[in-house]
Write a protein that binds this ligand. Structure first.
Ligand SMILES: [Zn+2]
Length: 372
C-alpha cells in the first residue's frame, strides 16, 4: 500500500483531494485502510472507485465490465458467471458513473479542438426510440461526450454543444454536422463568450472568432445515398481548407469520422437496449452505457489510424500505437479497464466555511496551509 497517490475523501477536511502533502498514512494493511492525519478519519483503499463496498472479487467485476463495454448481452453474463441480473446491471451503472467522472475530469478540459464532428443516432428500444447525440474531435479521434434524449431537437443538440464547449479553447474551430437545422443556430448561440464591461446586468455575449460551420447534406433514394451536397454555412473556404488540412490532412468536408464511431457504438449498444422496464430508467441506463463505451474507446483502445512511425537508427522504422487519449496528450499509455475503474477523480479543493466577521487564528492557519 502506497499512500503517496492517495488523498483524503472527507468533504469537511481541509486537506481533501490533495495529493503528495504527507497527510495520508497507512492505517491497516490487513483491512487495506488509510488514515488522514489532518481530520483523523480512516477510509478504505477502494473509496472513490467502482469497487467501493463491493464484496465480489475485483477481477470478476473487471471481467464483467469489460464484456459489457464490448457489447456482451447482460443475459450472457448472467448465464456464464451465475450472477443475478440486478447485480450485473448495478455494476454497469457504477462503471458508467465512474467513466462519466473520469471523462469530465480528464477530457472536459479546454483544448484546441480544430475540427469537431457531431451526429445523432436513432436507438430503437422497448417501448419507443431514443436519440443519442455525440461529438468527436477529428485530429485525435477523441470522443468528447454525448447526450441521450427522447426527441431529436434543439434541446438535445444544445446539451451536446455544452459538453463540447467544456472541451474547447476559443481557437479556430470547424464544425462538420449533418443537415439538422437546429445545429447552426445552436452552435452560434453556444459558442459565445461574455464581454464583461463592469456595468450592472447581464454582460453582452460575443461570438467566437474563426468559428466555421459546414453541413453535409445527403440525398437518399430507396434508403441509399445517391448524392452529397456540402454547404459552407459560416467561415471562408480558405479558413475551412486550412482547418481540414490541420485536422485530417486535407480532403473535403465530411462526417465520416463520427459516422464510423456511431457504427461502433451501435454494434455494442444493440445488446444493451433490448430489455427495459421504465422509459426514464432506460434513458439513464443508455446514458451510462454510452459513457462506459466512450471512455473505454478513448483510454483503453488503440486506434489504427493514430499510430505514428518512429525512426530508429539504421533506417529502420517502428510503429507506435496510440489511443485517442494519448493522441490528445491526456495520458502517455494504454489504460487497462481496471485502471479506468480504479482511477480516483480528485475532489475539488476545500473552501473555508462562510462565516461572518474575521476568521479565527486557527481558521487562518488552516486557510494558509491548505488553500494557497
Ligand atoms: Zn482528511
Amino acid at each position: 500500500m502506497d499512500p503517496q497517490p492517495v488523498f483524503c475523501h472527507n468533504r469537511d477536511c481541509p486537506a481533501r483531494g490533495q495529493i503528495g502533502q504527507g497527510n495520508i498514512g497507512v492505517f491497516s494493511r490487513k483491512d487495506r485502510r488509510y488514515i488522514c492525519h489532518v481530520c483523523g478519519q480512516t477510509f478504505t483503499a477502494s473509496k472513490g472507485t467502482t469497487f467501493y463496498r463491493l464484496r465480489t472479487a475485483q477481477e470478476i467485476i473487471v471481467m464483467v465490465v469489460t464484456l459489457l463495454a464490448h457489447g456482451c448481452p447482460v443475459q450472457a453474463i448472467v448465464a456464464a458467471f451465475e450472477l443475478d441480473e440486478r447485480t450485473v446491471l448495478s455494476w454497469q451503472k457504477r462503471a458508467g458513473e465512474q467513466c462519466a467522472r473520469v471523462q469530465q475530469h480528464l477530457v472536459e478540459q479546454p483544448r484546441d479542438l480544430g475540427q469537431v464532428q457531431a451526429d445523432e443516432m436513432r436507438v430503437r428500444k422497448q417501448g419507443g426510440i431514443v436519440w443519442m447525440a455525440m461529438g468527436l474531435q477529428v485530429s485525435a479521434r477523441l470522443w468528447l461526450g454525448g447526450v441521450v434524449g427522447t426527441q431529436r431537437d434543439r434541446a438535445l443538440i444544445t446539451a451536446l454543444l455544452q459538453k463540447v464547449k467544456a472541451c474547447a479553447l476559443c481557437r479556430p474551430l470547424l464544425w462538420c454536422v449533418d443537415g439538422l437545422s437546429a445545429y447552426v443556430e445552436a452552435i452560434r448561440a453556444t459558442f459565445r463568450t461574455p464581454v464583461r464591461s463592469g456595468q450592472a446586468g447581464r454582460p453582452p455575449q460575443r461570438p467566437w472568432d474563426d468559428l466555421c460551420i459546414a453541413q453535409v447534406l445527403k440525398q437518399y433514394a430507396q434508403k441509399r445515398v445517391v448524392g452529397i451536397t456540402r454547404h459552407l454555412v459560416q467561415g471562408t473556404a480558405t479558413q475551412i481548407e486550412r482547418l481540414l488540412q490541420q485536422t485530417q490532412g486535407g480532403g473535403q468536408v465530411n462526417v465520416a469520422f463520427i459516422e464510423r464511431l456511431n457504427a461502433t457504438f451501435r454494434a455494442y449498444l444493440s445488446a444493451l437496449v433490448r430489455r427495459g422496464r421504465a422509459l426514464a430508467r432506460q434513458t439513464e441506463t443508455l446514458h451510462l452505457a454510452m459513457y462506459l463505451m466512450g471512455t473505454v474507446y478513448n483510454f483503453c483502445t488503440y486506434h489504427k489510424s493514430l499510430r505514428v512511425a518512429i525512426c530508429l537508427p539504421g533506417n529502420q522504422r517502428r510503429w507506435a500505437r496510440r489511443t485517442p487519449a494519448i493522441a490528445a496528450g491526456i495520458t502517455d499509455h494504454l489504460w487497462t479497464i481496471e485502471e479506468l475503474l480504479c482511477f480516483q477523480v480528485p475532489l475539488p479543493p476545500w473552501r473555508p466555511p462562510q462565516r461572518r466577521g474575521r476568521p479565527s487564528t486557527s481558521a487562518k492557519l488552516l486557510i494558509a496551509r491548505w488553500c494557497s
